[in-house]
Design a protein around this ligand. Structure first.
Ligand code: ASP
Length: 587
């Protein structure tokens, strides 16, 4: 008697011919022909064709099998008849002649096809996420995620980092976003917060003498819903003691290089580095997509004497005229340029001047205001050629560069320069310490635990807005993957930063007293960084949305449509928490 081999549905090969096997899986597809019933049985590993023949006692049951029924079968592996092999399947040389069938469970008719990756409405996918996750693409994405996270852990372990779990229920210490709050039943009227990141706890780990910390950390931020965001996300969170900025950059870059090599088998070139200032001047954005060139040119000097009102106005009030090349853009019609101008307006432009470098001269929206010399100078600045178009944006410096930067991405996409198979990483360093919002309020570009750039502490008393930070970002293909900084480790300096940000002594004591106290007890110099795992995996998987690499995400308006959350809770639960809702009842 031969032994029965238990195999996955992707395992069997021609060499297994003659074996007796057991397979467990789902009915991926059933075909009845020639008096035989063919079923593709599916599990995480692949598909195996199993065949029922009419002589067999289970045949009547096999006739009633439906998509997604769950089976255990026994049978003999045999070669498929010549000419019926399927070279696209690993198991395509064989089939299993079924000798026993056990139906472990039945399935309702699925609301969409599980056996293909055809497009399905996203809310339906999320409501039936368990079926969606059975589909090949989601199986691939989540397994890729697992391998990438494991490689990160392996890398940090090899460098003697220790993974330390930090709590989910902490004190409300906003880091720039709104905290999710958890009411305490035991302390009426008091709240825990869910962590926006383990920032203060990982710094405290440094004070506690764990020189190298890492964690695959969950972070929660109560922000407004946006299609590319999730209220909770995962990051690889890192902190090191006695380190320089260079040490952190080297560590994080090596980690990514290790993951790309070991999981994707790609050797990454060293990441180029740009200062924040350079990135803004060359690409108009602090997360430039470096898969393509198309650098911006500041052509204000060319138009210093211009009588063209739009340019003159911007330049006289200290603004800029910024030029962008559109490869092959001269072929666009006037109407195409009008549509492109609308796109520019959507991203903040007041208008756009275009010049098409056609074979017999130029065509332009501002032909009568531009001299041949102007056009020649702009053309030279961009190294533009006949057949290209030139787009010009005039405004305050920030707006002109910002809009040109966004339009550079638009042009890059139109010219198919944003190849998802290319990975262009970069470092951006030397960010300004402070940002100013539309109302003139200042806040830290990173967070208030970031150290100012070396030699710039003095500016805090005189020109705080000029101060730069030891803050760096890693970017990939136009996405920010994460930020980090060298931290403040002296308590007085930390107090001084809080004060600059407008906090009173009492507020500092109340919110961050525990932290400043910890800094008083011999805090070592330290720094670190966090990278967003959802985004990293999304880009590695060639996906365009982080929900495609998260098992159970909220939808684009932050609802869990599978569990149906958030929802109202029974009054008794609110009473236990001393809470009274003033919200109108949920319809
Ligand atoms: N806590 C920061 C963040 O979540 C990262 C860091 O500074 O390490 O963005």
């Amino acid at each position: 008697m031969t032994d029965t081999l238990v195999r996955s549905c992707g395992a069997l090969r021609a060499a297994d011919e003659g074996s007796t096997v057991r397979l467990d899986g789902w009915v991926n597809r059933r075909r009845d022909h020639g008096g035989l019933i063919f079923v593709d049985l599916r599990d995480h590993d692949g598909l195996t064709q199993i065949v029922f023949d009419p002589q067999q006692s289970d045949f009547a049951q096999a006739e009633r099998l439906r998509h997604e029924d769950v089976l255990r079968i026994g049978g003999h592996v045999r070669r498929r008849p010549a000419g019926t092999e399927n070279p696209k399947l690993g198991t395509g040389a064989i089939e299993v002649g079924v000798t026993s069938l056990e139906i472990l469970n039945r399935s309702q008719v699925p609301p969409f096809q599980v056996n293909s990756d055809d497009a399905v409405d996203e809310n339906l996918r999320l409501e039936y996420r368990y079926l969606d996750l059975r589909r090949p693409r989601m199986q691939r994405n989540l397994r890729l995620r697992h391998r990438m996270v494991k490689a990160m852990r392996d890398f940090f372990d090899s460098r003697e980092f220790v993974e330390i779990e930090t709590p989910m229920l902490i004190k409300s210490t906003p880091e720039g976003a709104r905290d999710y709050l958890v009411p305490s039943r035991i302390y009426p009227g008091a709240f825990y917060a869910l962590p926006q990141s383990p920032q203060l706890l990982k710094q405290i780990c440094m004070i506690a003498g764990f020189g190298r910390y890492m964690q695959i950390a969950r972070c929660m931020r109560d922000e407004d819903s946006r299609a590319d965001r999730q209220p909770e996300f995962t990051q690889v969170d890192v902190e090191m003691s006695f380190c320089t900025q260079e040490d952190v950059l080297e560590t994080m870059e090596s980690c990514i290089r290790y993951v790309w090599k070991n999981v994707l088998d790609i050797d990454l070139a060293p990441f180029p580095r740009l200062t924040h200032e350079e990135a803004m001047e060359r690409y108009g954005i602090d997360k430039p997509d470096l898969r393509f060139g198309l650098e911006l040119a500041d052509v204000g000097a060319t138009f210093a004497q211009t009588e063209f009102g739009v340019f003159k106005g911007a330049l006289e009030s200290g603004g800029a005229v910024v030029a962008l090349r559109y490869p092959g853009g001269a072929a666009l019609s006037r109407r195409d340029f009008d549509a492109l101008t609308e796109t520019a307006k959507e991203v903040g432009a007041k208008g756009m001047v275009w010049i098409g470098l056609v074979a017999d001269g130029v065509k332009s929206s501002a032909a009568k205001f531009l001299t041949d010399d102007d056009i020649a100078a702009v053309r030279a600045a961009l190294e533009a050629a006949t057949g290209d178009a030139i787009l010009l944006f005039a405004d305050s410096r920030d707006v002109a560069f910002g809009v040109a930067g966004k339009m550079r991405n638009e042009v890059g996409a139109r010219c198919k320069l944003r190849d998802p198979g290319v990975f262009a990483f970069a470092w951006i360093t030397g960010f300004p310490y402070l940002e100013v919002d539309a109302e003139g309020n200042i806040f830290p570009a990173h967070h208030p635990f970031t150290s100012p750039a070396e030699g710039q502490w003095e500016l805090i008393d005189t020109q705080p807005r000029k101060m730069r930070a030891q803050h760096y970002d890693m970017v990939l293909n136009g996405w920010e993957l994460g930020s980090g900084s060298i931290r403040i480790h002296k308590p007085d300096q930390q107090r001084r930063i809080f004060e600059m940000l407008g906090m009173t002594k009492e507020q500092v004591e109340d919110r961050f007293g525990f932290f400043v106290k910890a800094l008083e007890f011999g805090a070592p110099p330290h720094g670190g960084m966090a990278l967003g795992i959802d985004r990293i995996v999304m880009l590695a998987a060639g996906e365009e949305n982080i929900r495609e690499v998260i098992a159970f995400p909220k939808n684009s308006v932050f609802r869990d449509v599978m569990m149906d959350a958030p929802t109202a809770v029974p009054q008794g639960l609110l009473d236990d928490l001393y809470l009274k809702s003033t919200a109108p009842p949920i319809p």
